[in-house]
Write a protein that binds this ligand. Structure first.
Ligand code: BGC
Length: 409
């Protein structure tokens, strides 16, 4: 990467979108008709989501803060389980609520990214087998149609599905999210059905709004095999194809843009493949002296450049729809943002068409099976009082959003 000279300014393209992302179940609270709520009630995960950040009622305050922090874009998800709490029963008040939410953003000059499925499902749908059954896809199609009709004028970017690979991996392979199945055959079925679902959602939204921008958010990681060790290289290539590329392969002509969530650094070197680090040899992450988040995830900012360069040949506009760090003390976040953005800027310099960056996340929230402990927020939440406090790193990021540039000392 070009070393910045003293007080160098790295300017981003005109109209670049800056903001943060959230997901309904993680922030809204009381998502009582969802499969996750039921699962939490039965003891799933570390703790129940409860009222979470009460964002369902406090969205106005939260968006005011986002505006104060100079965000000009925001990603949120709408909750199908609230909209259609029972099969075929549509809750008009909830639809109106989401219209208000989106209007609030529009009135503040904030562009909207709206996710239709971010890991949670209506309980009734999950009980019918969810995305395991091809038969069930019609229910999701119906929901998408309605949303395109009712919200279409207020949505700037549609994200049909969030991270299919993480969803199937966590729910059908690792078995640590509902429906907690460890079943490879089901994993394949769900994956293929999600691809079908994306393709038909893409078409439905375009049928209703011709000029809609429709994409999805994919979890894209870096895959390495340091040391040029052949089996490691092969495993890393296969893992990369499955995790990063296979879903795009199944949905290739159905993207107006690419939504990229970047978090992970994976490496398959000799030591790691044969678990030699278990006997005390240093892992690659240790050798590279990568810092780690509170969840133990290595922090590798250069990776955002690597994944962007790898996606260049797809010739689609790219938005980073998530990137962030669990960091309760806010000791890594500022550098995390600065370093990732410098690498992102470098990718733009080298011709990648990146048009926006949405940090994960606006405020601390319910981190799925890990509960409330990991804190990814630009804004800190006191869950006892629901008080919002802007973190120092959020101010650094706000400056970047305001200037559309990074000023390097
Ligand atoms: C998900 C978010 C999650 C974040 C941090 C992403 O995979 O889309 O819902 O909170 O990672 O783990």
């Amino acid at each position: 990467m070009k070393k910045a000279s003293k007080k160098q300014k790295l300017v981003f393209p005109k109209n670049f979108l800056w903001g943060a992302a959230t997901a309904a179940h993680q922030v809204e609270g009381n998502n009582i008709h969802s499969d996750w709520w039921e699962w939490e009630k039965g003891g799933g995960g570390t703790e129940p989501s409860g009222i979470a950040c009460d964002h369902y009622h406090r969205f106005e305050e939260d968006f005011r803060l986002a505006k104060e922090l100079h965000h000009n874009a925001h990603r949120l998800s709408i909750e199908w389980a609230r909209i259609e709490p029972e099969e075929g029963k549509w809750n008009e008040e909830v639809i109106q609520h989401y219209q208000e939410v989106l209007k609030s953003l529009h009135n503040k000059g904030i562009k909207t990214f709206v996710t239709l499925f971010h890991f949670t499902l209506p309980l009734w749908f999950a009980q019918k087998g969810g995305f395991e059954e091809k038969e069930n896809l019609k229910y999701f199609d119906r929901y998408v149609d309605r949303m395109a009709y009712h919200l279409g004028d207020l949505v700037d970017f549609w994200i049909t599905i969030n991270e299919p690979s993480v969803y199937v991996g966590s729910s059908y392979l690792g078995g640590y999210w509902p429906p907690q199945k460890k079943n490879f055959l089901k994993l394949i079925q769900v994956y293929l059905n999600l691809a079908r679902t994306h393709r038909s959602a893409y078409k439905s939204i375009h049928n209703i709004k011709k000029d809609a921008q429709v994409g999805m958010a994919m979890n894209i990681s870096t895959f390495h095999s340091f040391g040029g060790y052949l089996p490691g290289m092969i495993v890393s290539k296969i893992a990369k194809f499955l995790a990063n590329d296979s879903f795009y392969f199944l949905t290739r002509d159905y993207h107006d843009f690419l939504g990229i969530n970047y978090y992970f650094f994976h490496n398959f070197s000799l030591k790691d493949l044969f678990l030699l680090k278990k006997i005390g040899l240093k892992s690659i992450e240790e050798t590279m002296m990568l810092k780690r988040s509170d969840l133990g995830w290595p922090i590798y900012p250069q990776g955002i450049y690597e994944v962007l360069m790898d996606l260049k040949h797809r010739h689609l506009p790219i938005y980073i729809t998530e990137n962030g760090v669990a960091d309760v003390q806010d000791k890594h976040r500022e550098n995390f943002i600065l370093n990732h953005l410098q690498w992102l800027h470098q990718a733009i310099e080298e011709g990648v068409d990146v048009r926006g960056y949405l940090h994960w996340t606006l405020m601390d929230n319910y981190e799925w099976a890990f509960g409330f402990k990991p804190r990814f927020g630009l804004i800190e939440i006191d869950y006892k009082t629901q008080k919002r406090t802007i973190r120092k790193s959020a101010l650094t990021y706000a400056k970047i959003c305001q200037e559309n540039a990074i000023l390097l000392e």
